[in-house]
Ligand binder design. Structure first.
Ligand SMILES: Cc1cc2nc3c(=O)[nH]c(=O)nc-3n(C[C@H](O)[C@H](O)[C@H](O)COP(=O)(O)OP(=O)(O)OC[C@H]3O[C@@H](n4cnc5c(N)ncnc54)[C@H](O)[C@@H]3O)c2cc1C
Length: 477
């Protein structure tokens, strides 16, 4: 019997696995998809919110503030990118200024560093603020990360320290045993003392599967975005939020870790499988951004996408061990600020277990070497890499300057990248201006050769998304 099985390999499941991997005990993570962090943790604003926004007295407020402190430390441990870009919350007119003052007071109570600036001072720092903006709250500690890479690094490090991972393993049944639970995940039947439900949009279904009770319900709440090319990077230098309202944080402008700009998200309830963007939603995003920003370089748009918030019916994170189902821990309703709170959620869940079972911290903890990113290296380091392995000198993605060597290294990681999207997530071929038009066939070829599988068996992401239908001249027309 294992000690813990974690259901769901998003940023939350991976953070819990990373935290628990520092302690003695056996941990297994099961994920229904072919790669980790493919759902909510893949499509969001990627901001480490500083913690002034959630309502007083909520778990969100507590874990956001703690998570924002821990995130910097965890990113340093994992050698993951963490950019403290800062943020402005921009108020337009007296009504919004009043709300801004309330946020300011709340931030001070939580020891979040903030400062109020008048229009003149704000415009000097962000010249593209709209003419309606009258005052801003400067939040210098706001940061951006790459949530899916953070999740990957956290889980790979957990794997190097003994955690087992099963991909393509949807949980379909959970049975209560005299001690612990039996979890059916794909072909695996895993028995464990603790089951942790970190299944994101599907966490209410897992809860019901295990406990027979609906402790909470999830509503998928869509947010749509525009992604602007790196040529637009000078448009802003920090995150620009409007003053939050009853419909959440509103439409933002966000500089990403990689130099793109995100414009979004809006907010519309939908079903859990609806990942489409539509003209109406995007028009709303386009119009709402003009409240706080002017000169928005929409002509630099290279793609649009949407993300689904797993919004719970209680309005707060739902994290607890169920009284009537000892050993079953729900980590549900993790919508925003789930990214910012992820390390604190890992810590909180570990403390829930520790209350009943003292945990022993490992004396030896192994690091997992991060992937080499050629674009970040000095010329001397690049030359030395190419000398060791000439494939690092063969550029496959011209937009993002990604080499064959980096792609092969991603395929050979503790959690191997086996699909086009998995490669794209880890090292970015296909994320540039051409969006994979040139490099996707080359990446498919490298995947096929390195894994020794036929080109026609390489998928974009899930098993039904094969890149090719057959070999040229073999298909009968
Ligand atoms: C538009 C938008 C913007 C956001 N912006 C921010 C932000 O800027 N800052 C911030 O802090 N937060 C933000 N969030 C919130 C944040 O993205 C989420 O809180 C976080 O990603 C949730 O992570 P998760 O691991 O719980 O969910 P997920 O990433 O969805 O992971 C859950 C995993 O469980 C797996 N799973 C589900 N069912 C099963 C099953 N039966 N068997 C096995 N596996 C299963 C899924 O495949 C998935 O991989 C935003 C969210 C959205 C949608």
């Amino acid at each position: 019997m294992k000690d813990v099985v974690i259901i769901g390999g998003g940023i939350i499941g991976c953070s819990i696995a990373y935290e628990l991997s520092h302690y003695e005990g056996s941990v297994v993570l099961v994920e229904k998809n072919s790669d980790i962090a493919d759902e909510v943790s893949m499509a969001n604003s990627a901001i480490v919110h500083a913690g002034y926004d959630p309502e007083d007295g909520t778990l969100k407020a507590k874990l956001n503030v703690r998570g924002a402190q821990l995130m910097k430390q965890w990113c340093a441990e994992l050698e993951e990118e963490y950019q403290t870009c800062g943020a402005f919350v921009a108020a337009c007119g007296e009504g919004e200024e009043l709300l801004l003052h309330r946020l300011y007071e709340r931030a001070l109570r939580r020891n979040v560093k903030v400062q109020l600036l008048d229009k003149e001072a704000a415009i000097k720092l962000e010249p593209n603020l709209s003419d309606q903006v009258t005052m801003v709250m400067n939040v210098p500690d706001t940061a951006v990360i790459t949530p899916w890479n953070f999740a990957l690094s956290a889980l790979e490090t957990a794997v190097v320290n003994g955690c087992q991972v099963y991909l393509n393993s949807p949980v379909t049944a959970i049975q209560k045993l005299s001690k612990g639970y039996a979890v059916q995940a794909g072909k695996q039947r895993i028995e464990a003392r603790y089951v942790i439900n970190a299944a994101g949009l599907y966490s209410d279904q897992i809860d019901q599967m295990a406990t027979g009770i609906k402790h909470f319900t999830i509503q998928a709440r869509k947010g749509e975005y525009f992604v602007l090319a790196k040529d637009a990077r000078n448009f802003i230098s920090r995150v620009i939020y409007p003053v939050p309202g009853p419909k959440g944080k509103g439409v933002l402008a966000v500089p990403t870790v990689h130099g793109n700009i995100l414009i979004g998200p809006n907010r519309n309830d939908t079903d859990r499988e609806d990942h489409a963007t539509d003209a109406e939603g995007l028009a709303m995003v386009r119009s709402q951004i003009t409240h706080t920003m002017k000169n928005v370089p929409m002509q630099e748009t290279i793609r649009t996408f949407s993300g689904l918030r797993p919004a719970g019916n209680h309005g707060d994170f739902y994290i607890r061990e169920e009284v009537e189902s000892a050993g079953f821990i729900n980590v549900g309703c993790i919508d925003s600020p789930g990214i910012a709170s992820a390390p604190a959620i890992g810590e909180y869940v570990r403390q829930l277990i520790e209350k009943k079972h003292p945990l022993k911290r490992k004396t030896h903890y192994k690091k997992c070497k991060p992937l080499v990113r050629m674009a970040d290296l000095s010329m001397t380091d690049k030359q030395s890499m190419i000398k060791q392995d000439p494939r690092y000198g063969h550029i496959v993605c011209r937009c993002e300057k990604i080499s064959e060597g980096e792609i092969i290294a991603a395929i050979q990681r503790p959690i191997p990248a086996k699909t086009i999207k998995a490669i794209k997530k880890r090292i970015r071929p296909g994320m540039g201006r051409c969006q994979g038009g040139f490099c996707e066939p080359l990446v498919t070829d490298i995947l096929s050769k390195t894994m020794n599988v036929d080109m026609c068996d390489i998928c974009y992401d899930q098993p039904e998304t094969k890149m090719f239908v057959g070999h040229t001249k073999e298909e009968q027309l």
